[in-house]
Ligand binder design. Structure first.
Ligand SMILES: C[S@@+](CC[C@H](N)C(=O)[O-])C[C@H]1O[C@@H](n2cnc3c(N)ncnc32)[C@H](O)[C@@H]1O
Length: 228
């Protein structure tokens, strides 16, 4: 399948086979646990796989070594990026144990290596991985004024947080501007694109970490009730 050509990506046969196996495992396990509302082939390929790979429009992943995907759920975007860029040292942190257990089975079925799966809340995990990752990603995890405090403390100076957003992100971003600054981040660019087949607009918020601030993150109730 060359549906990823608009992204400038040409997948090997092995990578294509892994994506198809991913689709099969996802749909099968979704019968007994809640992983995704999207289960048709086209939907999974465009709304999950293609959408995950739009990240390549925001950053050259060959220059990234350590990637953290926060709240990956059924593996988006982290596992898809790992299939296409196998050199990545991928860490996934998700607070829901059954999702992490699913990801363990998926990683085995796809024969992927170099992946660490962590069941924890990002704001707790951050205390052990300050200023550590080249890139932190998150799709559909939290509004930007909350996500910034979960994610930026774990980005190393010179690295990036890329938040994957659909429409109406502007209001969220306005609310988050001050916090991003406090956390040592700087919005470098916003990459906007359309999914094929008019499946909707996407915006990649690319935030660079320019300085450390090791006072954060706070406990979740403070992050949520009093965003920076
Ligand atoms: C709506 S799902 C999105 C999953 C996936 N990123 C996607 O786009 O399909 C949100 C996920 O984030 C996880 N999550 C929410 N808050 C979190 C936190 N503070 N730390 C770690 N995981 C979190 C949830 O357990 C859930 O799996």
């Amino acid at each position: 399948m060359d549906i990823f050509q608009p992204l400038g990506l040409q997948l090997s046969e092995t990578q294509q086979a892994k994506l198809h196996r991913y689709f099969e495992v996802l749909v099968k396990e979704n019968e007994v646990m809640n992983l995704t509302a999207i289960t048709d082939l086209e939907g999974v390929y465009y709304k999950h796989f293609y959408d995950s790979l739009t990240l390549t429009k925001a950053i050259d992943l060959s220059s990234v070594q350590t990637l953290l995907d926060i709240g990956s759920g059924a593996g988006f975007p982290g596992i898809v990026l790992k299939i296409v860029f196998p050199h990545l040292k991928l860490t996934i942190v998700d607070s829901l144990n059954k999702r992490i257990l699913f990801l363990g089975r998926l990683v085995k079925a796809l024969e992927l290596d170099g992946i660490e799966l962590v069941c924890d809340r990002a704001e707790t995990y951050a205390k052990t991985k300050r200023n550590y990752f080249d890139l932190v990603t998150a799709r559909a995890v939290a509004p930007i004024d909350i996500l910034d405090e979960l994610a930026l403390p774990m980005v190393k100076v010179g690295g990036y947080l890329i938040a994957m957003k659909a429409q109406n992100f502007q209001v969220e971003l306005e609310r988050a501007n001050k916090g991003i600054h406090i956390l040592g981040g700087q919005v470098e660019s916003i990459i906007s694109l359309e999914l094929p087949n008019q499946l909707g607009e996407r915006h990649l918020l690319k935030i660079k970490k320019v300085k450390e601030n090791n006072q954060y993150p706070r406990p979740y109730k403070d992050i949520k009730n009093k965003p920076l």
